[in-house]
Design a protein around this ligand. Structure first.
Ligand SMILES: Cc1cc2nc3c(=O)[nH]c(=O)nc-3n(C[C@H](O)[C@H](O)[C@H](O)COP(=O)(O)O)c2cc1C
Length: 149
């Protein structure tokens, strides 16, 4: 069973709700899962040879919420190479904005650049189509968790 850190970037709590439901689903599958609401590099480092699930919305013009912006920047500045890390991304956004799911896409691009291995596709949830994001994320998380050992 896998050890999974769930790293959250949220403004109004939608991503946190998605993350908390993901935590419950993954635990139900027998994994160990922990949500980090104001994640720091030390939290991230515990998963160097395990799994992380990034759940982040996008604000401003393709920007990260304040809760996760410092983590993204420190990973970029201080890590560089993470070949032992396996990850997934759930990106919340709204397609009426220009940079749809921009923050989630940037996190995925950074981790790929640092040689982490993504499990599954990035899930993008469009608030203008799905006002209850957990109805989209829950089945995705079930499938994602089933792929982990
Ligand atoms: C001020 C503001 C700026 C936003 N900018 C973007 C954006 O650039 N791209 C995008 O895809 N969504 C954008 N959104 C939509 C949010 O990402 C979306 O509503 C999301 O579900 C919020 O989740 P949260 O409660 O976890 O922050 C923006 C929303 C607000 C209120």
């Amino acid at each position: 069973m896998a050890k999974i850190g769930i790293f959250v970037g949220t403004m109004y709590g939608n991503s946190l709700l998605v993350a908390e439901e993901a935590e419950a689903i993954l635990r139900g599958q027998g994994h160990s899962a922990t949500v980090y609401e104001d994640p720091e590099l030390n939290d991230w480092r515990q998963y160097e040879h395990d799994h992380v699930l990034v759940v982040t919305s996008t604000t401003g013009q393709g920007d990260f919420p304040e809760s996760i912006a410092p983590l993204f920047q420190t990973i970029k500045d201080q890590l560089g190479y993470q070949p032992g890390l396996r990850y997934g991304v759930i990106a919340l956004g709204d397609s009426t904005y220009q940079n749809f799911c921009g923050a989630g896409k940037r996190f995925d691009a950074l981790l790929a650049e640092q040689h982490a291995q993504r499990v599954g596709d990035v899930l993008m949830i469009d608030a203008s189509e799905d006002p209850e994001p957990e109805t989209v994320s829950n089945p995705w998380v079930e499938a994602w968790g089933a792929q982990l050992k």
